[in-house]
Design a protein around this ligand. Structure first.
Ligand SMILES: Nc1ncnc2c1ncn2[C@@H]1O[C@H](COP(=O)(O)OP(=O)(O)O)[C@@H](O)[C@H]1O
Ligand SMILES: CC(=O)OP(=O)(O)O
Ligand SMILES: [Mg+2]
Length: 397
């Protein structure tokens, strides 16, 4: 019996779950939101209670310190030494890491050096790694990469049509992200559909603040919408998704912005739903405003749905047809409105939702019996996959 903590650091959030392993019992879990913004919120669920604290949390190092204090102060653990394993979500593993790895000083440094491939995420991931390694020197620390599941993509999908040197010398290629989530929901989908993953062609749609879609053939990722960094693919909460690169110098010339990093920052943090609606990056706010007749929110919603539909179309082509489409993550799991809007425009392809099944809290198949392509909702669980990987390394120790 041992305790393992899984840390999922996002650009402005930190999700964690403490497990009793190998039973996989969740002892406690927490979510720290709005890191770096005024009034950050930390929520801890433990023993049937929810503890909510609101205060300014400036960075992920502070967030980790708060989480460690909560573990002690709320009597979730008596001693830190009870935690014998920590698992860290790392968004970008580049060409270096194609599977989970035991964290050493060198590995932590390499992850930090890969920050260009996930500027909003890897620095946050590394902050968590350093904090836990310092606090728990005896524990087994494991990094689990978002990019690992996409290592099976063929060159035709991961290469960009640019001079070969950029790939050969600098490893400029598509890496994708959210791989742990795509892998988890694809395996669950196979259970629901009563088939072996090898016999299925799936399109997984991870629709949260970050959004990505993946084409999965026989259990392997064959294409995915995020690219060299998580800026690519579909429109997201604050990110543009794909656009014509010529826009960058044009905007710089027109606006007088002289630093290209500033434009990329705007594309990462001030675009997407937030940029078009001019009111929020949060889909709940967008839907309320749209229902109240706000035209900008309405356009933002329609563009968001349109980009998802187009990528589903692409992946139906990549896979030459699919058995199922799976919705997951914050919006995919919770928004029947977005799911209905996405599927409504794809009836020609044989997608059809049963409205009575497309409800809040849905889990499993929500398509009609006649639908050629099944539609499923599957809550993702990146933390569980991470905790399981830590167990594998503990067993080898
Ligand atoms: N009931 C809901 N309806 C619509 N959107 C929702 C609902 N609940 C959560 N969301 C959306 O989920 C998003 C967060 O998803 P999540 O997967 O937690 O994101 P991330 O891990 O990228 O921070 C928020 O932007 C929010 O708009
Ligand atoms: C890679 C990525 O976009 O992650 P998240 O959705 O957690 O921000
Ligand atoms: Mg996420």
């Amino acid at each position: 019996m041992s305790k393992t903590i899984a840390i999922n650091a996002g650009s402005s959030s930190l999700k964690w779950q403490l497990y009793q392993m190998p039973e996989e019992t969740v002892i406690a879990k927490g979510l720290i939101e709005r890191i770096g913004l005024p009034e950050s919120v930390s929520t801890v669920s433990f023993d049937g209670d929810k503890h909510v604290t609101v205060k300014n949390i400036h960075n992920h190092t502070e967030a980790v310190a708060i989480l460690m204090n909560d573990l002690k102060n709320l009597n979730i653990i008596a001693h830190f030494s009870e935690i014998t394993g920590t698992g860290h979500r790392v968004v970008a593993g580049g060409e270096l890491f194609k599977a989970s790895v035991l964290i050493t000083n060198e590995v932590a440094k390499q992850i930090e050096d890969l920050s260009d491939l996930a500027p909003l995420h890897n620095p946050a991931n590394v902050a968590g790694i350093y904090a836990f390694c310092a606090l728990l020197p005896e524990a087994t620390h494991v990094a689990v990469f978002d990019t690992a599941f996409h290592a099976t993509m063929p060159a035709v999908a991961y290469r960009y049509p640019m001079p070969n040197d950029y790939y050969d010398k600098y490893a400029v290629r598509k890496y994708g992200a959210h791989g742990t989530s795509h892998m988890y929901v694809a395996q669950k989908a196979a259970d629901y559909l009563g088939k072996a993953p090898e016999d299925l062609k799936l399109i997984t749609a991870h629709i949260g603040n970050g959004v990505s879609l993946t084409a999965i053939d026989g259990g392997q990722s064959v294409d995915t919408s995020m690219g060299f960094t998580p800026l690519a693919g579909v429109m997201m909460g604050t990110r543009t998704g794909e656009l014509d690169a010529s826009i960058i110098p044009y905007i710089m010339a027109k606006t007088g912005i002289t630093d290209v990093a500033e434009v990329i920052d705007i594309f990462n943090k001030k675009s997407g739903l937030a940029g078009v609606s001019e009111m929020s990056s949060d889909m709940r706010d967008i839907i309320s405003a749209r229902d109240a007749g706000d035209e900008k929110a309405s356009l933002a919603f329609d563009m968001f749905v349109n980009r998802i539909q187009k990528f589903i179309g692409q992946y139906l082509a990549v896979l030459n047809g699919a058995d199922a489409l799976i919705f997951t993550a914050g919006i995919g799991e919770n928004s029947d409105v977005v799911r209905q809007a996405v599927v409504d425009g794809l009836s020609w392809f044989g997608l059809d939702i049963d409205e009575s099944k497309n409800v809040f809290g849905a889990d499993g198949i929500i398509s009609t019996p006649e639908a050629k392509v099944k539609v499923l909702v599957i809550p993702t669980d990146e933390e569980l996959v991470i905790a399981r990987d830590v167990e594998k390394f503990k067993a080898q120790a």
